[in-house]
Design a protein around this ligand. Structure first.
Ligand code: FE
Ligand code: FE
Length: 195
């Protein structure tokens, strides 16, 4: 795909190279699968493929940054300080968005939001963010319990898929007695709880 708009001042090829250099080969391959899955969803739901491609390629940009660097950025960039009680799983989305903005002048709010919230979701995710959240969960190498149901749902109802994934993720954390980031509960309340 050639980028036709100015969402970022890089070609797709340049962006791919940046991601290849920023992470292990295993994670780089995951990123490419997320992009492919996300573009297929964008085609199905008639959503901007270029924004989806950029968000997908950049979503895990910060995942392998050292913890110390991420801690410092949470403070210097005035991110939510309650994140400090958690780990890189929670940090890498918001930090990735900050780094893409600072280092590559990525300003598009839809794309930044998608990178920021790809792990914990948010009550107000737009369509690009929903696609990345779903694609990250259902890309072909994922084996989570319920992933097949999520893949089926994603063929016909994007927001229902977001709800399903949110519920599965919280169930999984609770079953394992893992700590839950409070913002993930807000995502659950907005997307899963029946009104
Ligand atoms: Fe991630
Ligand atoms: Fe990912």
């Amino acid at each position: 795909m050639d980028y036709q708009n100015d969402f970022i001042s890089l070609s797709r090829k340049e962006l791919v190279k940046i991601m290849k250099d920023a992470m292990s080969q295993r994670r780089y391959r995951h990123v490419l699968r997320v992009e492919k899955t996300a573009i297929e969803l964008a085609e199905k739901y008639n959503i901007d493929k270029e924004k989806v491609s950029i968000a997908a390629l950049a979503h895990d940009y910060a995942k392998e940054k050292p913890d110390e660097e991420m801690r410092d950025l949470i403070i210097s960039e005035n991110l939510e300080l309650d994140m400090l009680q958690f780990g890189s799983n929670i940090w890498h989305g918001p930090i990735g968005a900050v780094l893409m903005k600072n280092e590559y002048q990525l300003e598009d709010e839809d794309i930044l939001e998608a990178i920021k919230y790809h792990t914990i979701g948010s009550p107000t995710m737009g369509e690009i963010a929903q696609i990345i959240y779903v694609a990250d969960y259902i890309e072909p190498n994922r084996l989570h319990k319920g992933v097949d149901k999520a893949r089926k749902l994603a063929e016909k109802d994007l927001s229902a898929t977001v709800a399903y994934i949110t519920r599965q993720t919280l169930k999984h954390l609770i079953d394992r007695k893992n700590k839950i980031y409070p913002k993930a509960v807000e995502t659950y309340n907005a997307w899963v709880v029946e009104k």
